[in-house]
Design a protein around this ligand. Structure first.
Ligand code: F3S
Length: 429
């Protein structure tokens, strides 16, 4: 890679040992990606604070821990300050209500060690998979370095900013140096569409966008889909969150376009540029029903856990949940876990939504999620969710069966203890 003077200085150790180690890693990373040079970034979504297996994380000294895990060295590196503005992806527990999740004390101690480290080195602890809901909103064309597969397409496709899917290690080194290899979705050409998705049904709910994303991810994997909607609708943030998370679960979609909606696709011609669609994929009732059938793996209508807020719920979604739960009590055999960021929860607290959820018998939890921690209430066999991402991963991670549906259906099952009293997912003929 060609380095400028600033980057050479970092590599030579003139700006300290931490930046030197980070730059060594980044040069190797950039070369592996085929990047010719670095570009500057001042927006990183880090993955730190997630060590869910405290028994294997032997160092209890944060500098040791970061050196080993994030800078890949046995040398003890003392980081002074990270350079780039940053937010953090989820942590291993709700930092305030970790006991509700069943998290062990040892994990809480580890989180405290990391929390103090973050404060010392200038890491903004946000602990959410939805940084764009709590104020990290990069502008069109801004170069970023984000972790979290569901957030990456939000950054690229919805906001028009530029990021690849970074790892815990690459994101930390990028935050330290403010340098990201020029590759992948930082290059305009790579952002152009490569598959046309002809959407022939009405996409009027969050559930429908989850199903569409899941279908597309499965068929397109790492391609750049261009959605052509045949019914007029402007998707809201909840719908796009569902599309993004689902497409990054069944596949690895990091960038897409919706003609007439997303910022780099005012027209089909602009979305594809000089590229042509390698394939046209039709999405209609048959495809939609097949995906819905696949995501509903449960056989028993008895539900143990209703888990919603994947990706973390927005304020609007919490308002809707509170309205559905108002004056109701959840069934005594059910756990209801609702996930959001602690910043959004603070607003929910002020608006009485948290009280409504708590009085109904549910828990509004923050900072984390059971799919990543594998902390489910003991005895959980059947989970109901409104997230295709959760429905995709939960059977393999936790050995549970899943009902997938709308928020309304999830809340109904929390109240009755049963998945709509039926054993089959709804199909549209
Ligand atoms: Fe967020 Fe966890 Fe879902 S990190 S996207 S709530 S799997």
């Amino acid at each position: 890679m060609k380095l400028n003077i600033d980057e050479y200085d970092m590599l030579d150790g003139k700006q300290g040992l931490a930046k030197q180690k980070a730059m060594e890693l980044l040069v190797k990373y950039g070369e592996a990606l085929g990047a010719e040079r670095f570009i500057d970034t001042n927006n990183v979504h880090l993955f730190i604070g997630f060590h869910p297996y405290p028994e294997v994380v032997t160092p209890r000294d944060a500098d040791d821990l970061v050196s080993k895990f994030l800078l890949d060295t046995d040398e003890r590196i003392i980081v002074d300050r990270v350079k780039a503005f940053n937010t953090t992806h989820i942590w291993s527990m709700d930092l305030d209500n970790w006991q509700v999740m069943g998290a062990p004390e040892s994990l809480h101690e580890l989180m405290e060690v990391i929390r103090k480290y973050c404060i010392r080195v200038g890491i903004s602890i946000t602990a959410t998979c939805t940084p764009y809901q709590i104020g990290n909103v990069p502008t069109k064309g801004e170069h970023c370095a984000w972790t979290e597969s569901s957030a990456v397409p939000f950054c690229n496709a919805v906001l028009g900013a530029c990021t690849n899917t970074e790892t815990a290690h690459s994101a930390f080194a990028i935050a330290l140096t403010g340098k990201v290899p020029l590759s992948g979705f930082h290059i305009g050409e790579n952002r152009l569409g490569t598959r046309l998705i002809n959407v022939g049904i009405d996409m009027d709910s969050v559930m429908e966008w989850n199903l569409l994303g899941y279908h597309t991810g499965k068929l397109c994997q790492l391609a750049v889909p261009v959605y052509k909607l045949n019914f007029e609708i402007v998707p809201n943030i909840s719908m796009l969150k569902g599309l993004n998370a689902a497409g990054a679960s069944s596949g690895g979609i990091m960038m897409y376009h919706i003609i007439g909606v997303t910022p780099e696709a005012p027209t089909m011609e602009v979305a594809f540029g000089r590229k042509k669609s390698k394939e046209v994929i039709n999405y209609g009732k048959t495809e939609r029903n097949q995906i819905n059938e696949k995501l509903n793996s449960a056989k028993s209508d008895k539900v143990d856990l209703v888990n919603i807020g994947c990706p973390h719920y927005s304020l609007e979604q919490l308002r809707d949940v509170a309205r559905l739960l108002e004056g109701k009590k959840i069934h005594n055999s059910i756990n209801l876990w609702i996930w959001t960021s602690y910043q959004i929860k603070t607003i929910a607290d002020r608006n009485g939504y948290t009280d409504i959820i708590t009085e109904a018998g549910g828990h509004l939890l923050t900072d984390s999620c059971p799919l990543n921690t594998n902390l489910f209430p003991s005895g959980t066999r059947v989970v109901a969710t409104d997230s295709a991402k959760h429905a995709h991963y939960a059977p393999a991670i936790a050995g549970v069966d899943v009902w997938f549906g709308t928020m309304d259906e999830c809340i109904q099952s929390a109240v009755t203890g049963k998945w709509r009293g039926e054993l089959k997912p709804k199909t549209y003929g």
